[in-house]
Design a binder for this molecule. Structure first.
Ligand SMILES: [Zn+2]
Length: 55
């Protein structure tokens, strides 16, 4: 679930999710982000990071 950044409405399900690897930090570990694309009925689509994990 995610809140729309413009109107604050809770959107229960993402339209689409995908994973994205970030840049490695100083210790060489990468952060894998899971991104969700949500649709707000009034403001349109927005993206939000759902989870982060080190890989
Ligand atoms: Zn909205």
């Amino acid at each position: 679930m995610a809140k729309c950044p413009k109107c604050g409405k809770d959107i229960s399900k993402p339209r689409k999710t995908w994973k994205m690897a970030g840049r490695p930090d100083k210790s060489g570990k990468r952060l894998e982000l899971e991104i969700g694309l949500f649709d707000c009925p009034t403001c349109g689509a927005f993206r939000k990071a759902l989870s982060k994990r080190k890989i």
